[in-house]
Write a protein that binds this ligand. Structure first.
Ligand SMILES: NC(=O)c1ccc[n+]([C@@H]2O[C@H](COP(=O)([O-])OP(=O)(O)OC[C@H]3O[C@@H](n4cnc5c(N)ncnc54)[C@H](OP(=O)(O)O)[C@@H]3O)[C@@H](O)[C@H]2O)c1
Length: 440
């Protein structure tokens, strides 16, 4: 083989975000091209020095890749056996995701190998008899790869429509029962199509009832709900999701979020979210109140990233949260803003920065100005109200536009609502990282 040229793999990744379109959804996808250096026999190749070190690394990474491929092949085999023996929905054990962390190569390729992908491999061989061993190894590797069955499934991502409605903590806002039921029903009648709820709010049952009674088809309504902190952990997450589905009376959730990183076990919990998406009971998965270190923990563990990070986001916290906004923008994670209307706090809504903008838009209200700011910042806004007239008011945002100067003066606001927790700063705890299923 060539004694001079350097040995290396090339991996090229292309991340694409599609926005708009007739369905008004934003979807992300990744194309990964990998040109792998072939395995060479360390004894016969006769390279030395730097080239030899490269060759050893190449062979080691290929060994790890082979381990991942074998693990995937075994999973496909197990699933086939379960199906052939009539056990209904295959209960696959999943692939040991920790294997993907053994080398940079497998970490980089984990999405392409993870099941929710379409993957092709081309093996190139040397015709020379002297290279028979290498050619034979490549063919054996290719035949193992052929046994793996992967399936690409589009995950629905984020509705960019502004007509969204959410419900806050049952303690003091949208209480389970008639308050939630009526608000959701009115909102759906008016044209809202997104309901944001959470296990914590204890109003999922009323949300589900109102949706069923609305007469709208399930596909026309977007339901986001959240996994509460006490349910972190792999098995607990799977169970909590079943409970939310039961409460909502639905067969699937459009977007399931980890409510906060507070109780840790981030990768372990996220692996269960990936598994839920794989099973089809959850269409998209995301997080809430995650700061850069929490998102980085998922990324560096080789996991697919959330499609959404729902955080407190309004002009007063905009400057201090720029790092998390920038991270999310760089990785195609949509920001859902909560607290957009300063949580309804009258004294904050009357602040001079808002009043100045209102002077130029006399027919508008502080809530509308703040929601419009959120939309123009390209955040998904989820204004909450249990009052019919305010639901109407919060929808009327498209007949005016804030100027760049108005946007800037609002973005420079400072202050705190003292209304919300700030788990963005909570410590990073990965939990177990070997529970993952490679099918996402
Ligand atoms: N992920 C999280 O950790 C987290 C945390 C907090 C909130 N959230 C989500 O985000 C949603 C919105 O957040 P939020 O409710 O805390 O804050 P928000 O949307 O800024 O404010 C809602 C408050 O403002 C009042 N309001 C509604 N429309 C108004 C208007 N046009 N003018 C004046 N006041 C108005 C509401 O009262 P009425 O209902 O009486 O109209 C309610 O008290 C929640 O429903 C929840 O789903 C998520």
């Amino acid at each position: 083989m060539n004694a001079q040229s350097s040995r290396g793999h090339t991996v090229f990744k292309l991340n694409m975000v599609r926005e708009g379109g007739s369905d008004n959804l934003s979807t992300t996808s990744e194309v990964c091209f990998a040109d792998l250096a072939g395995r060479e026999n360390e004894k016969t190749t006769q390279v030395t020095g730097e080239r030899f070190v490269e060759l050893s690394f190449i062979n080691k990474s290929l060994l790890y890749l082979s381990g991942c491929i074998q693990s995937l092949g075994q999973q496909t085999h197990r699933r086939r056996l379960q199906t052939d023996h009539g056990s209904g929905t295959p209960k696959s054990k999943g692939v040991d995701m920790s294997k993907f962390r053994n080398s940079k190569l497998t970490l980089l390729l984990s999405n392409a190998l993870s099941g929710n992908s379409r993957t092709s491999m081309i093996g190139t061989l040397s015709p020379a008899a002297a290279h028979f061993e290498e050619s034979h190894n490549t063919l054996r590797f290719a035949s193992t790869v052929k046994t793996i069955k992967v399936q690409a499934k589009a995950a629905r991502a984020v509705d960019k429509d502004y007509r969204q409605l959410s419900f806050a903590d049952a303690e003091d806002r949208s209480k389970p029962g008639p308050e939630t039921y009526n608000a959701v029903k009115w909102a759906l009648e008016m044209g809202y199509r997104l309901v944001d709820t959470a296990a914590l709010y204890r109003n999922e049952k009323s949300v589900g009832e109102a949706i069923r009674d609305s007469g709208l088809s399930r596909e026309d309504v977007w339901i986001t709900t959240k996994l509460w902190d006490s349910d972190h952990g792999y098995e607990a997450t799977l169970k909590a999701c079943q409970n939310s589905l039961h409460q909502l009376g639905l067969s699937y959730i459009d977007l399931y979020l980890i409510h906060s990183p507070n109780t840790g076990k981030l990768v372990e919990t996220w692996d269960a979210m990936i598994e839920l998406q794989r099973r089809g009971v959850v269409r998209s998965i995301g997080v809430s109140n995650f700061g850069v270190p929490h998102l980085e923990a998922l990324r560096s563990s080789g996991r697919q990233l959330p499609v959404v990070n729902q955080i407190e986001m309004h002009p007063m916290v905009y400057q201090e949260r720029k790092p998390v906004l920038e991270f999310c923008a760089a990785h195609g994670i949509k920001i859902t803003a909560y607290g957009s209307m300063f949580s309804g706090q009258q004294e904050q809504l009357e602040r001079k920065e808002v009043a100045q903008v209102l002077a130029a838009h006399p027919s508008k209200t502080p809530a509308q100005v703040l929601l419009r700011w959120g939309l123009q910042m390209d955040f998904q806004v989820i204004p909450k109200s249990v009052r019919r007239e305010r639901l109407e008011e919060n929808m009327n945002l498209m007949d005016f536009e804030l100027t760049p100067g108005e946007m800037e003066s609002l973005s420079a606001m400072r202050g705190a609502l003292h209304e919300y927790w700030n788990p963005l700063k909570s410590k990073v705890d990965l939990g177990r990282t070997d529970r993952g299923t490679a099918e996402s």
